[in-house]
Design a protein around this ligand. Structure first.
Ligand code: SAM
Length: 424
């Protein structure tokens, strides 16, 4: 149980299998327990898969059986993790105690107070053999690991915007490694300050009803653009909006060839200033020739900002670029659902959110909000289940999203949506 100790500035916190002390001036946020629980669930699955892949690669495993691979995993030394912004060290200590197959964790912070706090907590939890405490600017530390001793996983959990850490992070991670990134500057990402969003993330945010998903997609494109500079690209495993922050889990792979396909995974967003209808325009369409030898790039043709919306006649705002490819790997999410550790306090919430995510349509970026549709037409809001049935009966796919209760994610064209609303 969390409690104030005698020194009113000091708190004793028990979370998962760790108990830590934090002095008043070192950052601790209880609301982020869900973030830490989820990260533990993700890292457990990643650690297993990553080591299996490593052994397969090493052994060119053609004839090997599952059992042999498991033995191989035991013999391997496990994954290395950098928690670049560690504060109390709570997250690192929990990673050490609650993730199977960890070889070494570096818990780093720039603040002397925080580092003293981490050292104390590491000792009290008897995890000195697994955790190295470091007092460094996270950016400098990651650049030092750019060419040698890269990490298998890097966790970035800063105050506000993570973008300043991305250039070094995408270089300090092993091929196929996992990058875990939190962003809490939701106002910037959700369209309140599009110019700041551009300077921080390289994309214009929009005040759009699906702003939380758009925020995830802006962050993903930002990580991809940093990775691309070094012949690397990302594979999103899970992207989540919760409470006051977003969190993405992406693998970083190396392949200059695959970087050429990035423009196909990015789109500009046209948002109608009258009815909020949105249209996506890919930055470019990349295909390989029939013999797979040549890459062909087609410049897209799409709506222009000055043209009128076909539904209401108003003009468009232009936002993006956003990541418009899938934001989760469904097999990976299923695996988390099946294996998330049972001792986690927020397990029920993890199951709830991930179950909705498994049903999200993977190829339909962004979504409509039912109340906004009826508000625009000044009509009564139809029951959401009836509205979804109408779309299904018309032959389209439809799903909710984890980011909004009354979201309509669908592959139906906007015209069909407005027709259903008008005929209601
Ligand atoms: N990950 C922690 C957790 O789960 O409890 C919370 C981290 S807190 C939001 C951010 C921390 O980053 C602070 O302790 C701060 O001292 C540290 N920090 C800020 N800038 C830094 C930098 N450039 N390098 C390393 N640490 C930094």
């Amino acid at each position: 149980k969390n409690m104030q100790s005698e020194d009113s500035k000091e708190q004793v916190i028990t979370e998962g299998l760790a108990t830590v002390k934090t002095s008043g001036n070192v950052f601790y946020n209880q609301v982020q327990e869900f973030n830490r629980d989820l990260s533990i669930s993700v890292l457990n699955v990643f650690s297993r898969q990553y080591q299996k892949e490593k052994i397969k690669k090493q052994n060119d495993n053609s004839g090997q059986h599952e059992e042999e691979l498991k033995v191989g995993i035991k013999n391997e030394n496990g994954i290395t993790i950098l928690e670049a912004l560690s504060a109390t060290g709570l997250r690192s200590i929990r990673y050490a105690k609650e993730i199977a197959g960890v070889k070494q964790i570096v818990a780093n912070d720039i603040s002397r107070n925080a580092v003293e706090n981490i050292k104390l907590n590491v000792n009290e939890n008897n995890v000195e053999d697994l955790i190295t405490v470091s007092e460094n600017d996270a950016i400098m530390l990651m650049y030092q690991h750019r060419l040698k001793e890269r990490f298998d996983a890097i966790d970035l959990d800063p105050y506000g915007c993570p973008s300043r850490f991305l250039d070094s992070a995408v270089q300090a991670i092993n091929d196929g490694g996992l990058l875990l990134v939190t962003a809490t500057d939701m106002a910037v990402l959700a369209g309140n300050s599009p110019e700041t969003c551009y300077s921080k993330y390289g994309a214009i945010s929009l005040r759009i009803k699906s702003c939380h998903e758009m925020a995830l997609r802006i962050l993903l494109q930002c990580i991809e653009s940093h990775a691309n500079r070094y012949g690397r690209y990302i594979e999103p495993l899970l992207s989540l909006s919760a409470d006051f922050y977003i969190r993405v889990f992406v693998r970083v792979h190396t392949s200059a060839h695959k970087c050429k396909f990035t423009t196909s995974k990015l789109s500009m967003v046209y948002q109608c200033t009258g009815c909020d209808t949105f249209t996506l325009q890919p930055l470019g369409i990349v295909k390989t020739s029939d013999d797979n030898k040549q890459i062909k790039f087609k410049l897209p043709v799409g709506p222009s900002v000055g043209s009128a919306c076909e539904h209401c006649g108003n003009s468009f705002h232009l936002g993006g670029p956003i990541w418009s490819a899938p934001i989760h790997c469904m097999d990976f999410v299923q695996e988390i659902l099946q294996t998330a550790p049972t001792h986690l306090k927020t397990l029920k919430r993890i199951h709830g959110v991930l179950s909705v995510i498994t049903e999200e349509l993977p190829d339909c970026p962004l979504y409509f909000i039912l109340e906004r549709l009826s508000g625009t037409l000044h009509v009564e809001t139809p029951p959401i289940l009836a509205f979804r049935s109408a779309l299904l009966n018309a032959g389209y796919h439809v799903s909710f999203t984890h980011t909004h209760k009354t979201s309509i994610k669908t592959n139906a064209p906007a015209k069909v949506i407005w027709d259903i609303m008008r005929c209601w």
